[in-house]
Design a protein around this ligand. Structure first.
Ligand SMILES: CC(C)(COP(=O)([O-])OP(=O)([O-])OC[C@H]1O[C@@H](n2cnc3c(N)ncnc32)[C@H](O)[C@@H]1OP(=O)([O-])[O-])[C@@H](O)C(=O)NCCC(=O)NCCSC(=O)C[C@@](C)(O)CC(=O)[O-]
Ligand SMILES: NC(=O)C1=CN([C@@H]2O[C@H](COP(=O)(O)OP(=O)(O)OC[C@H]3O[C@@H](n4cnc5c(N)ncnc54)[C@H](OP(=O)(O)O)[C@@H]3O)[C@@H](O)[C@H]2O)C=CC1
Length: 407
């Protein structure tokens, strides 16, 4: 079949969109045919979505189905940002993909404040990706047997074997069982090294569940039970952590707050208390912060992360306190920041360049060090963004800034 015939068949409904590849010699050709058919079906020109530079063969195998092109998101940069982390050490230019005017200027201001103040101190406090299947059992006794088995070193040895049959890098760190009626939820936590790890831990957990089904006559109901919790707001992630649990902090002198943020440390603390603590409490929010989601979303999109993980990433707490000598002590704490530097969207050409800018492309040496470095960079950038927005709110500059840059 030639190109025109294939387009006609898609438009008439004789050929499904995902079947085009079966009739073309390349995935690029299939993508173009599909886009032209969609163009006809929707009466839309689609001139811009046809412009992209990633490798069609790889991306349409690993990252997208029914591909018709790409959307573009403007990319800005904030920095230099000095970071004194365990993994991120030095000055960084941070890529931010966004369409929100004033955001990059704001983060850039925060970076300037932080760099002038000696840099952001940051550390990872926990690093584990979770997957929690649910099984149904016949009796409560069976539920208890499962719970007890996961406490036994012998059974855990078998579980670890099942895990290592599916992954070279992934390592099981622990299991938290929860029982509800005759349902057992097993929240597995893994070290996923440089991968964000959701495919890795899903495949590994399935292997463990085969063992549980065989051994205890339990029936796997769902490989993901929402106790993980992936991509939904949930207290368990805030309390127990998920992904890279990261804290960033800095002390900023009164002079720098006055000159760069055009306000005082007292005013920043006051806004933080009334907005991020009282306001968030009254709203019953999981996010005790101003706009962490802005920085997580912009860096995640730039660096090939799964954008749905902004849900977990936005659960951060921003704190601001006065020091004894009148300076500003400021921090951002992320309980759950899922991210990686291999797998997922990290290999797409533009995203891969952004990871290179930060010196975290691919697997780290030792494995895990690149992902941890990225977590420290994103946490530090988020701190910079929080500082600037709280400063703008304290100096009553938010509306003016957005009127100037954002419309
Ligand atoms: C806009 C500014 C930065 C002006 O701030 P300013 O202090 O008037 O600017 P300045 O001209 O004095 O420059 C100070 C620094 O800002 C940076 N800067 C200044 N201009 C630029 C620019 N064009 N491009 C890049 N960087 C810029 C730059 O770093 C510069 O320092 P230097 O590097 O020169 O030492 C400030 O008013 C600001 O940060 N406003 C806050 C804006 C903001 O944070 N928006 C975030 C999105 S709001 C939102 O989505 C969430 C929200 C608000 O709904 C959440 C909530 O409920 O709180
Ligand atoms: N399946 C699901 O339920 C979900 C999937 N996702 C999607 O999952 C994808 C991310 O999954 P993820 O598992 O991270 O990635 P991939 O599925 O792309 O797998 C990455 C693989 O890279 C290998 N690898 C090579 N070097 C390293 C290294 N240094 N550190 C760690 N791994 C290394 C690992 O192989 P090996 O295992 O052999 O060590 C790992 O499994 C995203 O596309 C995301 O959108 C998101 C949420 C849920």
């Amino acid at each position: 079949m030639d190109k025109e015939e294939l387009i006609k068949k898609i438009v008439s409904g004789e050929l499904k969109l995902y079947q085009v590849e079966e009739f073309t010699s390349s995935r690029k050709e299939a993508l173009d045919i599909r886009r032209e058919a969609i163009s006809k079906l929707t009466g839309t020109e689609l001139k811009h979505v046809s412009n992209y530079t990633f490798d069609t063969e790889t991306v349409t195998k690993k990252n997208i189905e029914n591909a018709i092109g790409a959307v573009q998101i403007p990319l800005g940069v904030a920095g230099p940002l000095k970071i004194n982390g365990e993994y991120a050490k030095g000055s960084f230019y941070v890529p931010l993909a966004t369409t929100e005017g004033a955001l990059v200027a704001s983060v850039n201001r925060g970076c300037s404040v932080c760099t002038q103040s000696g840099g952001v101190n940051t550390m990872i406090f926990q690093d584990e990706m979770t997957r929690a299947p649910v099984v149904k059992v016949n009796t409560l006794e069976d539920a208890k047997k499962i719970v007890q088995a996961f406490k036994s070193p012998e059974f855990m040895e078998e579980v670890r074997k099942a895990v290592s049959s599916t992954t070279r890098h992934g390592e099981l760190l622990g299991v938290d069982p929860y029982v509800v009626g005759k349902n057992v939820f097993l929240r597995f936590a893994y070290d996923t090294k440089d991968a964000m790890g959701m495919n890795m831990v899903t495949i590994a957990s399935e292997a463990v569940m085969h063992l549980v089904e065989e051994r205890f006559g339990a029936r796997l109901i769902a490989l993901s039970s929402n106790m993980c919790t992936d991509k939904k707001p949930a207290a368990i992630n805030v309390i127990e952590g998920r992904g890279r649990t990261t804290v960033a902090e800095i002390t900023i002198s009164r002079d720098v707050v006055l000159s760069k943020l055009k306000t005082t440390p007292e005013n920043v603390c006051d806004v933080n208390y009334r907005k991020n603590f009282l306001g968030s409490a009254r709203a019953v929010s999981f996010g005790f912060n101003a706009h962490i989601a802005n920085i997580v979303a912009a860096t995640f999109i730039a660096c090939g992360q799964d954008p749905s993980h902004v849900v977990e990433g936005s659960n951060a707490i921003t704190s601001a306190e006065m020091t004894d000598n009148g300076d500003l002590q400021f921090s951002v704490s992320f309980p759950s920041l899922p991210l990686g530097t291999v797998g997922g969207g990290t290999g797409v050409a533009t995203q891969s360049e952004c990871l290179s800018m930060l010196g975290v492309k691919g697997g780290g040496d030792p494995p895990g060090s690149n992902a941890r470095k990225l977590a420290e960079i994103i946490a530090s950038t988020a701190l910079a963004g929080e500082l600037s927005l709280l400063g703008a709110l304290a100096s009553q500059d938010l509306a003016r800034a957005h009127a100037k840059y954002g419309r």
